[in-house]
Design a protein around this ligand. Structure first.
Ligand SMILES: O=C(O)CCC(=O)C(=O)O
Length: 265
């Protein structure tokens, strides 16, 4: 699995690259199966608030699980997926680490968007081009159900962020919306973007739920000073990579296809 030169050029120039068919329909079924377990186990939290940043809304819903890894051997195995490793390496170079994962689920009609932000306003790494987010559509994602929107080229710009009053913990910013584009994807498709790219999702106006999975990866040389030498981030490539043994005490690499089988039985 490799990006085409055109996709690489788009990433370098505009800060993003789209892969419409990254995961198979079987893998997507397993991802949704594990998401259903999160729902059953009450692991998703409504982070939407009624405009004061505090009072959880009864009418607007933005369900989030973050981080996923401590709760799911299945999603943890995905970080080591050979396709994911190959693609991320092309964009940010090796060695690199897994940094963070989360899912946002937007129920039909009530699901609200996650407002505009640049991930690096949270992460604050010294060079946002050394980090990449991978947003995977767990259901077909389109304009009607509020798919991810991005501002191409915004990785070269820095916007001022403040607290989003419609979320209990997010920050947001104002972007030149006239430059924004929607990224429509079939389920299992993904968009990779530079930590500096401004992005948001919009309300789900359809009757059916829509979810997106976001994974973040960072070139090892750009791990923040205070986290170096800790086990906070999983080394996926390079001399410190142990297939997960160092971070989790067991080998996670190469377990993805078994995990898919396990979740689908
Ligand atoms: O899926 C969403 O609503 C937002 C995802 C996102 O903004 C992120 O992962 O940084």
């Amino acid at each position: 699995m490799a990006f085409t030169q055109e996709q690489i050029d788009c990433f370098r120039k505009w800060g993003y690259a789209v892969v419409p068919d990254l995961f198979t329909s079987r893998e997507v079924r397993a991802m949704r199966g594990e998401l259903d377990r999160f729902k059953r186990d009450g692991l998703l939290r409504n982070v939407a608030t009624d405009g004061d940043g505090q009072t959880h809304s009864q009418t607007q819903i933005n369900l989030q699980i973050c981080p996923i890894t401590p709760k799911s051997a299945f999603y943890r195995a995905l970080h080591f997926h050979p396709k994911v490793i190959a693609l991320v390496e092309q964009l940010i170079g090796s060695p690199f680490v897994f940094y963070l994962d989360q899912i946002f689920l937007k129920p039909g009609k009530q699901g609200i968007g996650t407002d505009w932000h640049q991930d690096n306003a949270y992460f604050k790494v010294s060079d946002p081009a050394k980090g990449v987010g991978m947003w995977v559509a767990l259901h077909d994602a389109n304009i009607a159900n509020g798919t991810l929107h991005i501002v191409p080229g915004s990785h070269r710009e820095k916007y001022t962020h403040d607290r989003d009053p419609n979320s209990d913990h997010h920050i947001h910013c104002t972007v030149p919306e006239e430059r924004a584009i929607p990224i429509e994807l079939p389920a299992g498709g993904a968009v990779f973007f530079n930590f500096g790219i401004a992005h948001s999702t919009h309300a789900n106006t359809t009757d059916r739920e829509r979810a997106g999975l976001a994974l973040h990866f960072l070139n090892t040389d750009h791990i923040p000073e205070n986290a170096r030498g800790t086990r906070r981030y999983t080394h996926l490539t390079g001399p410190l990579a142990t297939g997960g043994k160092r971070e989790y005490g067991l080998c996670v690499a190469n377990t993805w296809f078994d995990e898919v089988d396990r979740v689908l039985v």
